[in-house]
Design a protein around this ligand. Structure first.
Ligand SMILES: Cc1ncc(COP(=O)(O)O)c(C=O)c1O
Length: 346
């Protein structure tokens, strides 16, 4: 519980832990735009190491990390290939068009995956043709915001294809550590299949602010300059990086608990009342997707009634609810939610 609330709307709602608050208060700081904030430098070094990349950049948000990856690896008029459901296309307010002036080639996905044949067919093959845009980047998202995890063979196949045409791959790994935990492999194994990787320290890792962009040093140094252009050069950012270090060290290794809670919640919903709820798919990470089936309360009323009992959930999207488990939602909280759902139906 977060204070009096059980907040299941997202893992973006997480508060910093007590240890993070203490580390933030005690953080050694400097001016990071001069490159002399020791805590930011330590965070960037640790972040690069954990995913096996040459360099890392601490940025304000996942959106900023994704956009810097695009800005640093494309020229205006270039094309990038990505899923039509991904965050960059649907939830970054058109930033790639605005900031990088790139053309997005959006492909449909099935089970979170763009078809390899379709990616191959979409790559521009005649860069010398003055009519043809140049395919400059392929973006993947793992795990995606539908909670789907891309397995290593799929990532390897996309990488192999991209390499054949000398196109870099960017991985939006906002929930990279959830994906790695679900697959039971180190995050570095997934990160190896991309040139640049963004991951969030906020969300399930509980840091209050911040994401990391990692990759080859020249790309990261270009991104550092672009970050300054966007006004994202932060001064005594060590206060935030201190929480980020704990996110990396302590929170990446406990995500399985959230995944177990999500499976526990899905199972409980599936059996509650016989057929009150219909689970969309078995949770792979910390997200549970379900529809109301025979439940005797309408979707909008349910959101309202739960709120009256200090339980926050988002309204259903096209009839589908998404509940997200995280550090501040315990197994006991889930038991309480199930109990309340039972009470509201009677
Ligand atoms: C898959 C994915 N990528 C990127 C982001 C952007 O992160 P931020 O909200 O920190 O900009 C999110 C945020 O929810 C996300 O789910």
């Amino acid at each position: 519980m977060m204070g009096k609330w059980m907040d299941l709307r997202s893992d973006t709602v997480t508060w910093p832990t007590e240890a993070m608050r203490q580390a933030m208060a005690a953080a050694e700081v400097g001016d990071d735009v001069y490159g002399d904030d020791p805590t930011v430098l330590e965070l960037e070094k640790s972040a690069a190491e954990i995913v096996g990349k040459e360099a890392a950049l601490f940025v304000a948000s996942g959106t900023m990390g994704n956009q810097l990856a695009i800005m640093a690896q494309t020229q205006p008029g270039d094309e990038i290939i990505l899923s039509d459901r991904c965050h960059i296309v649907g939830h970054e307010a058109g930033a790639a068009a605005l900031l990088s002036s790139v053309q997005l080639r959006c492909l449909p996905v099935q089970n979170g995956r763009m078809d390899l044949g379709q990616i191959a067919a979409t790559i521009r093959k005649t860069p010398e043709d003055i009519h043809s845009p140049t395919t400059r980047l392929i973006c993947l998202e793992n795990a995606d915001s539908d909670g789907t995890v891309l397995d290593l063979p799929y990532m390897q196949a996309v990488r192999a294809l991209a390499t054949r045409y000398q196109i870099p791959v960017h991985l939006d790994g906002a929930r990279l550590f959830n994906a790695a935990t679900a697959l039971g492999i180190p995050a570095a194994d997934l990160a190896r299949e991309a040139d640049t990787v963004m991951f969030c320290l906020s969300k399930g890792l509980c840091a209050p602010i911040g994401s990391i962009l990692t990759g080859p040093r020249p790309v990261i140094e270009r991104a550092r300059r672009k970050r300054k252009i966007l006004g994202g050069g932060m001064r005594q950012a060590g206060v935030l990086a201190a929480a980020g270090l704990l996110a990396l060290r302590e929170m990446t290794v406990r995500l399985d608990q959230d995944h177990q809670n999500a499976r526990y919640l899905a199972q409980a919903l599936e059996t509650l009342g016989g057929s009150w709820f219909k689970i969309e798919r078995t949770p792979q990470i910390n997200m549970v997707f379900f529809r109301l089936d025979q439940y005797p309360v309408s979707a909008d009323r349910l959101v309202h009634q739960l709120q009256q009992r200090n339980i926050l959930v988002n309204t259903a999207d096209d009839g589908v609810f998404r509940l997200v488990c995280h550090y501040w939602v315990t197994t006991e909280d889930i038991d309480r939610l199930i109990e309340v759902l039972g009470e509201l139906a009677t």
